[in-house]
Ligand binder design. Structure first.
Ligand code: NDP
Length: 502
């Protein structure tokens, strides 16, 4: 990886306020002889240089801190205008600019990349109707379905508060006591838990979304599959690579794009009618469950291609902010509680990390015209702040056009307006925490069969045993009990592997 400045571009060095300075290596010192020690507050170059260095880092994301990213484009290949009014999806051949940021979840910035972890997939599509963010993962399901558990899940995957070390006991203790995550664990500890390259991962919405038109809506799940094929690393290959080339995923993506070998993904949707949701075997608002392909086949929609490396990592990727709440007309949230919580949490994280005007940063700014005069001032305002335009709603002093549909009376839907009966089915307000039942093990069991068909069961057992070995004995026993509920032979095999491989 290299970055070569343009030879002809010879700028004149200045301080950040524009004053030219002859030498960036000097500082003003007091003294007449050869020993010159004391320095001066009037030396703006020195003081600015030291003070700015202290402030170079912005708050690290609590999760998804370590990432690789690139620019690209999304092209529609199949007409789905009968399903969504979203304009960027509505003409075969239509292209939209994209920014993609793919991250590990637990590790801090700068951590080794070829590790077993979920990959986050932050994809911003710059459309004529504003930005459309797809904030997906490389596994189709998640570990919890109750958002109040989200901070705890992530802490258990990060560092022990006393030792500051990743902790297998914490990890498995959380999952032993929150077994709705068994399906996600089956996938994380399969071979796909460690991608060979960012170019070879799937991406899944996980959540159910709505695609809306004037006539109503359908539920969808979105999938992106790499045209390069899915490729993963064994635990042993990853261990070696983490030592030899810990930034392999960054280098691999950068170098491929730099040599013109542009990676691409095909986007598919699964489509379900509201009436089907009411009678479906699985709760479609439960993020721990997939829609089996046999029930809802994948339908192709378009193609994502990455074709440009960031010119500056900080401005293009570190300052990028993605949120499931950033949606265009024609796409709407479902009643998935995890999705609802993320719609609050992601912009809130961006406001904390980047400041309240983060949408104005070049990597986040929509290509469509923005007029949001009721959102004013705040730290680091970069535009004219709407000058003298009224800053309150209902002003008669300046005409403003309004378009789009208004939120329905029940608060659920501007959003394609489902039938009253369906909105009632979606639910009334209650204080709720889900229970784990045998239903949570059914899809995990199907995954165990998928691994059997792929000849990957032994490797799965080896991966779990390798991680679980670091846990306390009582945590190991509880974890074996949990896997026994997937398949009685699976728990036993993990137990045997723990004994044999230790
Ligand atoms: P199918 O039996 O029709 O297809 C198997 C699915 O498993 C495919 O999506 C395949 O992805 C994926 N897969 C294959 N090998 C692995 C692996 N080692 N790790 C993770 N995923 C893998 O699937 P069904 O839809 O009937 O679901 C059966 C089980 O497959 C589910 O319970 C779930 O655990 C898993 N699965 C299902 C997905 C879905 O959206 N329905 C998505 C991913 C996994 P690919 O096509 O990329 O090879």
């Amino acid at each position: 990886m290299s970055h070569t400045p343009h030879k002809d571009d010879v700028p004149t060095y200045t301080l950040s306020e524009g004053c030219p300075v002859a030498d960036p290596t000097t500082a003003q010192r007091v003294g007449s002889g050869p020993v010159k020690g004391l320095m001066l507050l009037q030396d703006t170059q020195l003081i600015e240089t030291l003070a700015h260095f202290n402030r170079e880092r912005i708050p690290e994301r609590t999760v998804h801190a370590s990432a690789v990213g690139a620019w690209g484009e999304f092209e529609v290949t199949h007409d789905i205008s009968h399903l969504t009014s979203a304009k960027f999806l509505n003409n075969v051949g239509k292209k939209s600019k994209v920014l993609l940021r793919v991250s590990t979840v637990g590790p801090e910035r700068g951590a080794s990349e070829p590790v077993r972890d979920v990959r986050g997939w932050g994809m911003k599509i710059f459309t004529e109707e504003g930005n459309q963010d797809f904030v997906f993962n490389d596994i189709p399901v998640f570990f919890v379905r109750d958002p109040i558990k989200f901070p705890s899940l992530n802490r258990s995957h990060k560092r022990n508060p006393a030792t500051n070390l990743p902790d297998a006991s914490m990890f498995w203790d959380f999952h032993n006591n929150n077994q709705e995550g068994i399906h996600a664990l089956m996938i994380l500890f399969s071979k796909r838990g460690i991608p060979a390259s960012i170019r070879t991962i799937n991406a899944y919405s996980g959540h159910t979304y709505k695609f809306t038109t004037e006539d109503g809506f359908v539920y969808v799940k979105i999938h992106l599959k790499p045209d390069q094929g899915v490729k993963s690393l064994s635990q042993d290959e990853a261990n070696r690579l983490a030592g030899e080339n810990p930034y392999h995923h960054t280098a691999d993506l950068h170098d491929a794009i730099a040599r013109g070998d542009y990676p691409s993904w095909t986007m598919y949707i699964q489509v379900m009618k509201p009436e089907q949701a009411e009678n479906y075997r699985w709760n479609i608002f439960d993020m721990t469950k997939v829609w089996p392909h046999g029930d809802f086949p994948l339908q192709p929609v378009g193609k994502l291609r990455l074709n440009r490396n960031p010119t500056n990592y900080f401005t293009d990727i570190e300052q990028a902010a993605f949120s499931p709440s950033t949606i265009v007309p024609g796409i709407a949230p479902s009643a998935d509680p995890m999705l609802q919580a993320r719609m609050f949490a992601y912009p809130d994280a961006a406001r904390y990390r980047l400041g309240v005007n983060y949408q104005q940063l070049p990597c986040n700014a929509p290509v469509s015209k923005v007029y949001a005069p009721y959102q004013r001032d705040g730290a680091s305002r970069h535009d004219d702040n709407y000058g003298g335009d009224p800053n309150y709603v209902g002003a008669s002093l300046k005409r403003v056009n309004f378009s789009g549909s208004r939120v329905g009376a029940n608060g659920h839907a501007p959003f394609g307006g489902g039938s009253q009966a369906h909105e009632q089915w979606v639910g009334q307000v209650t204080a709720y925490s889900s229970e784990v039942t045998d239903e949570d093990f059914v899809q995990a069991r199907e995954m165990w069969k998928v691994l059997g068909r792929c000849g990957e069961q032994d490797e799965f057992v080896h991966n779990v045993a390798g991680h679980l070995r670091g846990a306390l004995p009582e945590v190991q026993l509880a974890t074996i009990d949990m896997f026994n509920k997937v398949d009685s032979k699976l728990g036993t095999r993990i137990h045997e592997a723990l004994v044999k491989e230790s």
